[in-house]
Ligand binder design. Structure first.
Ligand SMILES: Cc1cc2nc3c(=O)[nH]c(=O)nc-3n(C[C@H](O)[C@H](O)[C@H](O)COP(=O)(O)OP(=O)(O)OC[C@H]3O[C@@H](n4cnc5c(N)ncnc54)[C@H](O)[C@@H]3O)c2cc1C
Length: 274
């Protein structure tokens, strides 16, 4: 199928985009890599009357590298992260995650911000950025605001963006010395979305311990029991059963296995921050 007719414009500046989006009441949508919106429009699951291309807006292309974090503009592509064209505060954890997204043609166009705003529960950046305790930077007609990633993603395909707001950047904290990380996803084939995914961050120097689960058909689940999982006193299946008592244990088996793999990876590897 082909999309319903629509108008297309290239964004002038940030305030122009946010005011146009606010005035258009949902009929105008920002478009970045078009790797999720395009297929939805082709299937007529989305029918915006107007698209504003935001990929060349300066704040969305900017990268700021500081001792505490790297701020990546929302229009940075998966391929630019994979290729090391932008700073990776995690000494390669971001590059590895980017390389595992879909296949190269998708990564060349798809953007960090587009992926987070699409908020597919099975998407790589949704779980990886939540697992890394990243912060979303948002701009809109009322000004700018910052949200922890776990507050930015509010549900499957849902974000905390208000009318007229766009995601401008993502701040990824630089891990402390000796920090460890594990990310694992089960995807039946290269280019397919994950059936289960999990991240483990052990960053004692910065006081951050986090175990997060993705691809659950909801916003990422952050487990309260990270310390017990990391010290081995709690099994992943038990932690998931306790966190999601309404779900059948069998439906969580793959997620528990993903969490075990992420734990193993985090505990057996040590990557000094760069
Ligand atoms: C065949 C195929 C396989 C894929 N496999 C995977 C996979 O394995 N893992 C994975 O994570 N992803 C996968 N994807 C999705 C891919 O990563 C997309 O690039 C991503 O989900 C959307 O990014 P985009 O830049 O293309 O966004 P777009 O498609 O341009 O936009 C997506 C949505 O976000 C909104 N939007 C975009 N940018 C902003 C912004 N800055 N502020 C506010 N709203 C914004 C748009 O209005 C739209 O609603 C796959 C896609 C395809 C086509």
């Amino acid at each position: 199928m082909k999309p319903a007719p629509f108008d297309y414009a290239v964004a002038g500046d940030l305030s122009d985009v946010t005011s146009q989006l606010a005035q258009a009441a949902g009929d105008t949508k920002p478009v970045a890599g078009n790797q999720s919106l395009g297929p939805m429009m082709n299937l007529r699951l989305a029918r915006p009357g107007r698209l504003i291309d935001i990929t060349s807006l300066a704040p969305l292309r900017a990268v700021e590298d500081t001792p505490d974090f790297v701020r990546l503009g929302a229009a940075i592509t998966h391929a630019e992260i994979e290729d090391g064209e932008v700073a990776d505060p995690t000494s390669g954890w971001l590059r590895a995650a980017a390389a595992g997204i879909a296949y190269r043609a998708v990564r060349n166009r798809g953007t960090l911000g587009g992926s987070l705003c699409h908020a597919d529960p099975a998407a790589d950046w949704v779980i990886v950025m939540t697992g890394l305790c990243a912060t979303a930077l948002v701009a809109g007609p009322e000004g700018e605001r910052r949200l922890a990633l776990e507050d930015f993603i509010t549900g499957p395909f849902k974000t905390a963006l208000h009318a007229g707001e766009i995601l401008t950047a993502v701040e990824v904290p630089r891990p402390g010395a000796g920090a460890r990380w594990g990310y694992w996803k089960f995807a039946p084939q290269v280019g397919e979305f994950a059936k289960a995914s999990a991240t483990v961050l052990i960053d004692e120097a910065r006081g951050r311990l986090r175990c997060a689960i993705g691809a659950l058909g909801r916003r990422p689940l952050i487990l309260d029991s990270a310390q017990s999982l990391i010290d081995g006193s709690l099994a992943p299946a038990e932690a998931l059963r306790a966190a999601l008592p309404d779900r059948a244990s069998e439906s969580l088996a793959l997620h528990a296995a993903a969490l075990q793999r992420a734990l193993d990876l985090a505990l057996e590897t040590e990557t000094p921050p760069g």
